[in-house]
Design a protein around this ligand. Sequence first.
Ligand code: NI
Ligand code: MN
Length: 225
Amino acid sequence: MKITYYGHSCLGIEINDIHIIVDPFISGNPKAASIDVDSLKADYIMLTHAHYDHVLDVERIIKRTNATIISNHEIVTYYGNKDFKGHGMNHGGSWKFDFGTVKAVSAIHSSSFSDGTYGGNPMGFIIQANGKTVYLAGDTALTMDMKLIPMFHKLDLAILPVGGNFTMDIEEAVVAAAFIECDNIMGVHFDSFEMIEIDHEKSKQIFKNKNKTLNLLGIGEHLTV
Ligand code: NI
Ligand code: MN
């Protein structure tokens, strides 16, 4: 799995020749100005919840690519009413897609569209493909539910929000990493707004002190698992 960072919580995941975009928020993020939304490949768009900083570019990308949305039932229904394809899931459920298996897990947050439409329950995803397992937490607080994950999955990478205010912060993300029994963490949901700015070196050191790695990718950079 090749994972490219497009800023905020937006990712490109490439598995074999299949392209997944997670939580597209590029055109509204000045920090991601180097990324051209209209050149990104997408077979699927995975959405953790309906907040604008996770769905802003969904329609723009789908109109060009005809990608399939993977999200909760309410979000898939919302976009279904606009004639967009989708696969609805809910917490605890797994589904085998052509790129691998996705399990929907709980996240402690909220979820509504900018127009006030209810956006279902926020969720995280566990993606298994090519013998690797990645946990994508979505926007979430630290939660005891995370302890359930290593009972079923051995994670190769976890993508956790670290910016605070709207989600857990660095100090709590380290505890989350312990709960999920994963030493390889990629941070998201930081630096996009003043309220979620973090000190990169200090943050990495906090993880290092617990013998864990915090990857803070620059926008456009990628890592592979
Ligand atoms: Ni949110
Ligand atoms: Mn958010």
